[in-house]
Design a protein around this ligand. Structure first.
Ligand SMILES: Cc1ncc(COP(=O)(O)O)c(C=O)c1O
Length: 404
């Protein structure tokens, strides 16, 4: 018998999103045209000047030392640019010493989990949640405490529901706005009310995942760090270039944390990945300091696609979909499809709905159970309006066939 794996992995779930992607890839390999509503990445290319900056950085002699190790927490110019972006978008200026540039925002969250969570700690996570939050918490022996929300409150926590879960063991709260998977975003008054509860009822850190901050459609994005200048010694912002600049594969994210925590993150990262890839940091620098009109254009395109996706889904008998305020996800109630025949049995779960959609409509989407919201399915609209219309038409046809 080989020696066992570390026990800490026993409690960690593999990603369902990746399982769905694998099944979709199998179908594609047999020549099926699969509608990619499962993916969490923009279909756009990064702005052309970003690609050019990466190429220029690599040109012989252009940037001496550019392909060497950088400082663990990132090149100074990028950290400055992150501080400037924060000042511009959030109205306050962190110090570069608070910034840790990481291998994507997920890595920033992982570093934080490693630096902060331990057995006995509770980490409050509103549900539906992004799949990695609870798994990272469990990996370090701490306990995720989900706060259920419902569609009736826009999948948002109320101050009351939030206050109830905060306690002496709460080490951190992870707030994602706009949210993956629901697309819900807190407006200023909603967020202010939650920040007040957190400030007065708890000593915990507030980790705000703002990776979709540039993709809010109905009101300006507001950051908890902007609303609580007196509590910034407990607020950590997580952000990155993956979504706003369509740079998912470049793997550049960051955290902005109180200096004491930033020092710990330097240690964590110094003993693991060292720096994020040097060339990718140059590309991220170009993204942040270059013209921002392509970001605005992508945002406008997503906003139009939101209507196309939500309106189309709402025409499918058995599916209802709330209009989300941000990100690029529509989170649809699919319980009306339960009971339809699929593989000789009536559909009884969101996972079966998702596999029915994949097999019968060739639409890849992610079941809500993975996000702590059984009954729902997440449809990404990071694809063209034509594909959205055709994909949902395919769902409608599959549902009609199944209803007989
Ligand atoms: C809410 C949320 N946070 C963080 C991430 C991770 O971003 P990155 O690709 O920069 O690691 C994602 C990506 O899907 C996300 O949806």
């Amino acid at each position: 018998m080989p020696l066992s794996l570390a026990k800490r992995l026993d409690v960690v779930q593999p990603s369902v999103t990746l399982a769905m992607n694998a099944r979709a890839a199998e179908l594609r390999a047999t020549g099926v045209d699969v509608f990619a509503f499962g993916v969490g990445e923009p279909d756009f290319d990064p702005p052309s000047f970003v690609l050019e900056a990466a190429r220029n950085a690599l040109a012989p002699g252009a940037k001496p030392g550019v392909s060497k190790y950088t400082a663990v927490t990132g090149i100074p110019a990028l950290k400055e640019a992150i501080c400037k972006k924060t000042a511009h978008a959030r109205g306050w200026t962190p110090k570069p010493s608070q910034v840790t540039v990481t291998v994507g925002a997920k890595h920033a969250l992982f570093n934080l989990a490693l630096a902060l969570y331990e057995p006995g700690d509770e980490v409050v996570i509103p549900a539906p949640y992004w799949v990695s939050y609870p798994e990272q918490v469990k990996m370090f022996g701490a306990e995720p405490v989900p706060v259920p929300t419902t569609e009736a409150t826009g999948f948002k926590m109320t101050p009351d529901s939030f206050a109830k879960v905060l306690g002496p063991k709460t080490k951190a709260v992870i707030l994602c706005t706009p949210s993956n998977p629901t697309g819900s975003a807190y407006d200023e008054s909603e967020l202010r009310a939650l920040v007040e509860v957190w400030k007065t009822k708890s000593e915990a850190y507030l980790i705000v995942d703002e990776i979709y901050a540039d993709l809010v459609y109905d009101f300006p994005h507001v950051s908890a760090a902007t609303l609580a200048p007196d509590a910034r010694d407990r607020i950590i912002i997580v952000d990155g270039v993956s979504k706003s600049y369509a740079m998912t594969g470049w793997r550049i994210g960051w955290s902005i944390a109180p200096e004491r925590i930033a020092k710990a993150l330097d240690t964590v990262q110094g003993q693991s990945t060292t720096n994020a890839t040097a060339i990718a940091q140059q590309a991220a620098l170009a993204a942040l300091t270059g013209p921002q009109d392509e970001v605005a254009a992508m945002r406008d395109a997503f906003m139009k696609r939101r209507s196309v996706m939500v309106d189309a889904l709402n025409t499918v008998p058995g599916i209802t979909c709330r209009r989300p305020e941000g990100a690029f996800y529509a989170f649809a109630d699919c319980r009306g499809l339960y009971g339809l025949p699929y593989k000789g049995k009536p559909i009884a779960t969101d996972e079966e709905v998702a596999f029915f959609l994949l097999d019968e409509a060739h639409v890849a989407a992610v079941p809500g159970g993975a996000f702590g919201a059984p009954g729902y399915v997440r449809f990404s609209y990071a694809t063209s309006p034509e594909r959205i219309v055709a994909g949902v038409a395919s769902i409608k046809a599959a549902v009609a066939r199944a209803r007989g």
